[in-house]
Design a protein around this ligand. Structure first.
Ligand SMILES: [Zn+2]
Length: 352
């Protein structure tokens, strides 16, 4: 039994909703008995409950009919409820179905189905469909898929919808990446800053790279190595606003930096990076504190990896994460730069 479908059934059971009698039965593992939804008996613990579309299936599994509610004696299911329940089942199998297709499946007009669905389930078919997808997405991500894979597996056909939601706190816009940045157009510029040279690159969706180095050539070389199949061009004019924002931030003139990002990320990286963005200017957190706030102390190493793979220095302030013993630990762009950044931020935040 699918999760959303049992959600609907369980609600009917807890409410002793008589309209659902005949549409399904519920069986209780601890008593070995199955009942109609409206049975007056005490509600069992949900963990012990199983749902069956037909009472014959419950019997086949060894459950006995309840003597109190006599689930086998229901003449016929309420046809309206039966149609809605059938629509729910269809949606579990085809969450991409349109309302019209769904209505055709249950021999109703789209208008009528929409109305009775809402009336009986409490939400529209569209909302119900979204809930199914969300559940699947969560399962996929829990199972270790990256966001984009999970999104497709969950039936979010395009990159709209959920990925957008998951990424919006990071200011990310959804992008379907192809190998080596194929089809991507990237503009970049290199400027001088107090940490040496800084390269800022962006696509038409957002910033995709912020790196530090000692010379322009090697920064440019690294960018090309990262996106070998992208069209890359230098364009300082295009990047003026982003560079000003980042430079002001680096100089301490701005304590917040929220630029749109265009990054390829796994769900886990997204979560870690989102956390990093919440560390206030002038403060630091340890890898284990981040792991803990993500709900899993054991993920310290994974957190460290996510920090190390950050491609946008400063915009995602991975420099604010240090080892639990207070040591600076690593920094992709050199430990000296990390040291200087932290000292400066600390100083700036105590001044004001
Ligand atoms: Zn009963």
């Amino acid at each position: 039994m699918k999760r959303m479908e049992s959600e609907v059934y369980w609600k009917a059971v807890t409410e002793r909703d008589v309209r659902f009698d005949g549409s399904f039965v519920f069986a209780v593992a601890t008593t070995g008995i199955f009942c109609r939804p409206s049975c007056a008996a005490r509600r069992p613990n949900r963990a012990n409950v199983r749902f069956f579309a037909e009472y014959a299936e419950a019997e086949a599994c060894g459950y006995r009919s309840c003597k109190r509610c006599r689930p086998k004696s229901v003449d016929e299911a309420d046809p309206t409820v039966a149609a809605v329940v059938q629509a729910c089942r269809e949606l579990e199998d085809f969450p991409e179905a349109t309302l019209e297709q769904l209505a055709a499946c249950v021999n109703l007009s789209a208008f009528h189905l929409q109305r009775i669905f809402k009336q009986i389930i409490g939400v529209s078919p569209k909302k119900y469909m979204e809930a199914i997808r969300m559940e699947r997405f969560k399962d996929e991500v829990r199972g270790g898929s990256d966001v984009v894979t999970a999104m497709y597996e969950a039936g979010f056909g395009s990159s709209r919808g959920l990925y957008e939601k998951a990424a919006e706190n990071l200011g990310m816009t959804p992008a379907v990446y192809q190998k080596g940045g194929k089809g991507m157009q990237i503009n970049f510029a290199v400027v001088d800053c107090e940490l040496g040279k800084m390269l800022v690159a962006r696509t038409n969706r957002g910033i995709c790279s912020v790196t530090f180095g000692d010379d322009t050539e090697s920064l440019q070389h690294d960018l090309v190595a990262e996106f070998p199949n992208a069209e890359i061009a230098e364009d300082a004019e295009h990047l003026k606003n982003s560079i000003t924002a980042i430079s002001d931030y680096l100089a301490g003139k701005q304590k917040r930096l929220m630029l749109p990002l265009d990054l390829q990320a796994t769900a886990f990286q997204l979560r870690v990076w989102e956390m990093l963005r919440k560390i206030p200017y002038g403060e630091t957190r340890s890898y284990s504190e981040i792991a803990e706030s993500l709900g899993d102390k054991k993920k310290v190493r994974a957190v460290a990896r996510a920090c190390a793979t950050n491609k946008v220095a400063l915009v995602i302030p991975c420099h604010r994460v240090i080892a639990s013993d207070g040591k600076l630990s690593g920094y992709r762009w050199g430990i000296t730069r990390k040291e200087r950044l932290l000292a400066k931020e600390k100083n700036d935040s105590t001044e004001n």
